[in-house]
Design a protein around this ligand. Structure first.
Ligand SMILES: Nc1ncnc2c1ncn2[C@@H]1O[C@H](COP(=O)(O)OP(=O)(O)OP(=O)(O)O)[C@@H](O)[C@H]1O
Ligand SMILES: [Mg+2]
Length: 375
């Protein structure tokens, strides 16, 4: 089926294949079910959250047999960023995958990612590739302290990185991380962290959500405020321009997230995620169309849905604990999402989105929820 035929044909009952079956897959599946889609997930973990919302193929990502089964879907996508690029390429040889392997390759390597930002005129922290102690020492001379040393690949939730404030820190971090290719970044003295999510459909239509403000603790996202308070039209425009450049450069189809630092009124890019993103979970209740629905619309070539916020809201991650659902839901306009995972320290097991008519009420509701969700 060529692209025009695919777009023209009806999608009701169409099968969507998904690499990965975590909570992102589960929420994609919930949105997909509403649209009448069937979902098949591929994940090595038999106990994956998405098994509740579709068929789950339990297998390694690179199994030829499993990939062949997945490739028979109308379109294939991924919800996990560290799926082997080889698996995505194998799928591309047999069918349609969005976003494609090119975007995945760029996003999987922090060096490629930052080089890509730089080539598009998007500001980044200072950065240098590092693969030995002499290279790190030389890079520190140019980048300066404080700095952040990160593995180029496979980092998530702040894992595989260390903040360096002294040469002793650098030695200790290199001991720990030096077995893999690294990147040294200048530490950005940001006022706050923001992110933007945009969607490009296979017909070329682009929409973007309002900038949101993110709070991390110990490298893990704790809270998102949506829309980010006090964002000027100009800042929103700059963020939108950045992500649109990336969408076009990567010939991207689907949801793309861009994490940013706000420094002195300007934006510095941290990283992209080539998938639905934790800082977009608020869109389920807080926006006219959720990121999950819009991702599916985009990869199926359907018209995209409106991205305006319906209210100011906050999204709180539930980390390492099982909250009292009754207490959470007693907070006005709070919505609980539970991923069906066993709580373990530092593990994201659910989230709560709370809406409010004004900033003060939102603050009160967030404070109430933070008490309930603290371990
Ligand atoms: N160069 C930097 N300067 C200042 N803070 C930084 C820098 N890089 C990362 N951080 C902090 O560490 C957090 C995690 O970093 P990053 O996004 O690179 O890693 P990650 O493991 O991919 O995280 P996640 O999976 O949560 O997106 C950032 O959100 C930010 O708070
Ligand atoms: Mg990040």
């Amino acid at each position: 089926m060529d692209d025009r035929e695919a777009i023209a044909s009806n999608v009701l009952g169409a099968r969507v294949g998904v690499l990965g079956a975590g909570q992102l897959g589960r929420m994609l599946g919930l949105a997909g079910r509403a649209l009448g889609l069937e979902l098949t997930f591929l994940d090595p973990n038999a106990d994956s959250p998405a098994k509740a919302v579709g068929e789950l193929l339990v297998s390694e990502y690179e199994s030829a047999e499993a990939l062949a089964q997945l490739a028979s879907a109308r379109v294939v996508t991924f919800e996990f960023e560290n799926v082997p690029v080889g698996a995505v390429k194998a799928l591309e040889a047999r069918g349609t995958v969005f976003p494609g392997s090119r975007a995945l390759e760029v996003a999987q390597d922090r060096l490629h990612e930052k080089t890509c930002f730089r080539s598009l005129g998007i500001a980044t922290p200072k950065f240098e590739a590092v693969s030995s102690w002499p290279e790190l020492a030389a890079a520190l001379e140019r980048v300066g302290l404080p700095a952040v040393l990160k593995t180029r690949r496979f980092g998530y939730d702040g894992k595989g990185q260390a903040v360096l404030r002294s040469e002793a820190d650098a030695q200790a971090a290199f001991q720990q991380l030096g077995g893999a290719p690294l990147i040294l970044e200048g530490f950005v003295p940001f006022q706050r962290e923001l992110s933007i999510i945009a969607v490009r459909s296979r017909s070329g239509e682009i929409v973007s959500y309002p900038l949101v403000q993110n709070h991390h603790e110990g490298g893990i996202l704790r809270k998102t405020l949506a829309p980010a308070p006090g964002v000027s039209e100009e800042l929103q425009r700059v963020a939108r321009r950045h992500i649109e450049k990336l969408l076009l450069h990567l010939d991207y189809v689907g949801v793309l997230a861009l994490e940013l630092f706000e420094v002195d009124g300007g934006l510095v890019a941290n990283e992209i995620a080539p998938r639905v993103h934790n800082t977009g979970h608020w869109t389920i209740e807080g926006a006219r169309t959720s990121q999950f629905e819009n991702h599916l619309r985009a990869i199926l070539g359907l018209p995209l849905g409106a991205t305006d916020a319906v209210s100011s809201c906050a999204m709180l991650n539930v980390i390492g604990m099982a909250p009292d659902a009754r207490a959470v839901l007693a907070v006005p306009d709070a919505h609980l999402h539970w991923y069906g995972k066993e709580p373990r320290p530092g593990r994201k097991v659910g989230h709560v989105t709370v809406l409010a008519p004004d900033a003060t009420t939102l603050e009160e509701r967030v404070a109430q929820l933070e008490r309930i969700l603290s371990v």
